[in-house]
Design a protein around this ligand. Structure first.
Ligand SMILES: Cc1ncc(COP(=O)(O)O)c(C=O)c1O
Length: 361
């Protein structure tokens, strides 16, 4: 029997989504291309330049460099690699808030850098004093997150930039998830707002491209040069990516999605997703749950474990934060109808849980 992919009907905690139809089509057309070998596959290489150009526009960078990576993990690892290679120390460290994605743990492990993890404040954002107290002459990079995975928070990026500069460290912004919604908000998060050196910004999340389409942006070419190795058997002379052969499907679908949606389609999607998140937060609050306010389209709420398990048993694809809250990511495929049906199931489970167990006497 042929196994089919899951439908998105009950997917509420994924950071990925159904690709836009034009992105799906482009991915299929470019499936058999490899931007890792530009001498053989020049068309997809030209598309990758286009993709970086639009990502630069989205992130406030006039003359962008970068590449389409396999995802936010690769972009984060590569950013740490740039910082490590530039640092004038043999014992570099990277300072980041505890809200940063676990991909930085992989980066630190692979690259042999010391990861200094600092607490967040009451609003789930990087605690600036805690960051300051961890900085020293060996700090190669400070990480700020623009759209955290668990609570959708945006760290104080300009202030983190100042702190990074005070010790000659680089500033990396992880906007892997937030990058396609933040342009429509008042948050300060991008290259124009702060001395950002590198950024992760993923078309395959809120950008509605097919997986794999992550984005690494760097402020100037010389940063990318830190990653380049010679490529003797290829017609191109060097390669800055972490992977060698890589899918042109992600590149082509990113270009197609962005051509279709940037900026108006993404703006409409942000408004829809944000309204959905606020509607859900309100519905959960009315039922007495503690809810973390959705500053971006992501809702976290303290739902009992038994209820969470009951919802999973009903087929809802949901996950929890590190401290156990239900988290719902209002991605483009998440509709108001889905959320209403989810709340309906939650109500039925809670009613059942509150009915007293009949005693024998
Ligand atoms: C903020 C953030 N950064 C990085 C990543 C890692 O991205 P990927 O899974 O595409 O490698 C994620 C994944 O959800 C994320 O939310």
């Amino acid at each position: 029997m042929q196994i089919e992919p899951q439908s998105f009907d009950r997917v509420l905690s994924s950071m990925c989504t159904e690709p836009h139809p034009v992105a799906r089509d482009a991915a299929e057309r470019f499936l058999a291309t490899n931007p890792g070998d530009p001498g053989t596959y020049p068309n997809v290489t030209a598309l990758e330049d286009e993709a970086i150009g639009v990502l630069g526009e989205i992130a406030g960078l006039e003359d962008p460099s970068g590449y389409i990576a396999s995802g936010g993990t690769e972009a984060n690892i590569q950013a740490v690699r740039i910082a490590r290679n530039r640092a004038e120390t043999r014992t570099p460290n990277v300072v980041m808030p505890e809200s940063a994605h676990f991909s930085f743990q992989k980066a630190a492990d692979v690259l042999g850098v010391d990861l200094r993890i600092v607490p967040t404040d009451d609003s789930y954002r990087a605690d600036l004093e805690a960051v300051r107290s961890c900085l020293d002459d060996d700090t190669a990079m400070v990480v700020g997150v623009a759209g955290t995975t668990e609570y959708g928070r945006v760290d104080p990026i300009p202030e983190l930039g100042e702190l990074a500069r005070s010790v000659d460290a680089m500033l990396h912004v992880d906007a892997a998830w937030g990058g396609f919604v933040l342009p429509f908000t008042d948050h300060e998060w991008q290259f124009d707002h702060a001395p950002v050196d590198t950024m992760a910004i993923d078309p395959h999340k809120m950008g509605q491209a097919a997986v794999p389409a992550g984005g690494l942006l760097v402020r100037s070419d010389d940063l990318l040069d830190e990653l380049a190795v010679d490529t003797p058997y290829l017609e191109s002379t060097s390669q800055a990516t972490l992977t060698g052969t890589r899918s042109g499907a992600g590149v082509a679908s990113a270009v197609a999605a962005m051509a279709e949606l940037w900026p108006d389609g993404y703006r409409r999607q942000y408004v829809r997703s944000q309204h959905n998140a606020e509607w859900l937060a309100d519905a959960l609050e009315k039922r007495g749950y503690d809810v973390v306010d959705p500053t971006l389209p992501l809702v976290a709420a303290d739902v009992p474990r038994s209820t969470f398990n009951g919802l999973r048993a009903k087929g809802w694809r949901i996950s929890r934060t590190g401290t156990g809250e239900l988290r719902v990511v209002c991605m483009p495929h998440v509709t108001r109808e889905m959320l209403a049906s989810f709340i309906g199931d939650l109500d039925r489970l809670e009613v059942r849980a509150s009915v007293p167990v009949a005693s024998d006497d």
